[in-house]
Design a protein around this ligand. Sequence first.
Ligand code: ADP
Length: 798
Amino acid sequence: QPSSLSGLPAGVGEALEAEGVAELYPPQEAAVEAGVADGESLVAAVPTASGKTLIAELAMLSAVERGGKALYIVPLRALASEKKTEFERWEEFGVTVGVSTGNYESDGEWLATRDIIVATSEKVDSLIRNGAPWIDDLTCVVSDEVHLVDDPNRGPTLEVTLAKLRKVNPGLQTVALSATVGNADVIAEWLDAELVESDWRPIDLRMGVHFGNAIDFADGSKREVPVERGEDQTARLVADALDTEEDGQGGSSLVFVNSRRNAESSARKLTDVTGPRLTDDERDQLRELAEEIRSGSDTDTASDLADAVEQGSAFHHAGLRSEDRARVEDAFRDRLIKCISATPTLAAGVNTPARRVIVRDWRRYDGEFGGMKPLDVLEVHQMCGRAGRPGLDPYGEAVLLANDADTKEELFERYLWADPEPVRSKLAAEPALRTHVLATVASGFASTRDGLLSFLDNTLYATQTDDEGRLAAVTDTVLDYLAVNEFVERDRDGGRESLTATGIGHTVSRLYLDPMSAAEMIDGLRSVARDAAGAAASDEGGAGEFVRTGGDDGDEPGFGTYTRPGEDGEESEEGETPDGSDTSPPEVTPLGLYHLVSRTPDMYELYLKSGDREEYTELCYERESEFLGDVPSEYEDVRFEDWLASLKTARLLEDWANEVDEDRITERYGVGPGDIRGKVDTAEWLLRAAETLARDVEGVGGDVVVAVREARKRIEYGVREELLDLAGVRNVGRKRARRLFEAGIETRADLREADKAVVLGALRGRERTAERILEHAGREDPSMDDVRPDKSASAAAT
Ligand code: ADP
């Protein structure tokens, strides 16, 4: 048992030994010497696969042993469950583990009873905003992949979250795990932590460039891998690894490419290499796996994946459904899949080591940059770090590809001999601060402008910047925005400016909305009443005109508030409501609501492809009356283009809610099945938020609240209105609901009464499924024993 380990729950040391931890790796040893098991804060900047997780476990388990509570922050949701499963092996020593996932709602009470909690930074941020009481009890926080503070989208959240946790718990032990970066010392300074920095790895990593007939490694060695004329370089390298036996088997490869499409076509091409090298047994197992993938989804993506997997090759990107991604990762670890072609997302998270990593594309299209941009050194090093499977390979090989001598030189300079870039805080960007300033004020971390600035002094940004005025300047811009939209009230009292969040400001912060999304939604929801009044006004000579109170900034969306005519007692003297007679208020349609949430900054965009502009412009005019708020004019180029892009998303959502097949949707919008899920989840969350806002802000009618709720439910289940009741029964889903409905079973109550043969027929004879569904519908006797499916029911259903 590693001798230097003490202060851990009884049995942990022995268990580690049984897992093969005979002694600590050098960076782990250094971490223990720095006091990581005695409550000291630490930044560990060490390469991938060199045992960072154990450093975190030593910190957390010793904290729990001292009676404390630990939080492990991960960058991706997929990693949260992976880490939770990993830590659950400590439960037998009395340490409880919980994971907090789900879409931003608070599940605080149960978590309060856990010793170790795993969550994403967004989730932790949300839990703080919602006042989860156990936050105060934390004694140890671990931040995994802390170098991601550099990420413009997600970095600021991690940064502010760590600052908040450290503010509420002044003695908090902070352990930050980082890839090797250029400035780990600055991160350590920011977190008042000891620094352990090392490039030690348990398995050697050889990095090289393949050009012509050989790989030249940075250590001066060389490996002949001749490529025949007309032969593909990547294919040759994958074949070479597979044909070289090190532990009785050939080695697997990970190929990194720069787009989903390239990942898919690369996987297809590489089946020519992997397929012929499979054993009969592997072929059988892969066929089964392919069948699982096919039966899970009827999209082209799934069927392409299954075709490749059958041959021992796979692709991996964010457009895959998460089940399929996990299947690919598992089968790769089990050495069934011989080669994965992946986009760089795979490098960032999941543990999928390979004998050989091939970085095929080192440039990627970047819209802002306006062309192909070289990847960061940090990113390429992380991909390369996936090479070498502990216990299986003598060393790992990472190979970049060059097709001329100049490129080879450039790759050596740029990636093999270069150090990774320093990480830089991205906090001083307006969208990031907009969200975090509101949350900081709303959850009581600051109540004055000065207090806010001094809170922001605890961030990495403040540690790094030489330009102290910049953060203050952006903060003031953001405060102006929040005040104009009535999320924050400012009060000047002498030299002190006090800040309080308004009721809506609190709501927006708790809902985890970007304030700009909230402003857009509030404006859109209020426009319903405004348009109704407008319609009434044109009928009744202006009687229903709206009164604008507060804000005189003209037509800017989201500015000012509107009160309903009648509420201030002026307009309806005759006791007549303006919309009471023959003027019906504009109807709120699902498409209108889907468009509203799709144009907020919280929904990531679908881009317009060639031909889309014309198609969606036409659709825009066809359905103009359904949009909430004013359609920008075609001459406002950028705004109009954005509007159309949101319309594309909105129609995708509408298709989903109209029961259009998944594969038809992926085709129509050029997206993967995983993207549909992503859009649907985001829309569901935003519509839930919109419903709360609709209820809380003034000037939105109850009918609008109902419309929002219905539009949300249809998205949740992906069905038309008449199926909502059925689709709500567990295990039913959109397709089965439709088949049951066609067979005459229209509601949950019908399921309890229906002829079992008809149910079974509609469910295509699947007895187990039928039984489970009947059980969930509350049927007394769900058994399908001796029931024969009614064939006419299944015929009617197809
Ligand atoms: P990182 O988080 O740095 O990427 P991991 O923590 O996942 O790396 O460690 C990689 C592998 O090394 C894991 O399988 C882990 O069990 C193993 N490992 C970690 N520390 C030791 C050790 N001291 N002795 C033997 N194996 C270890």
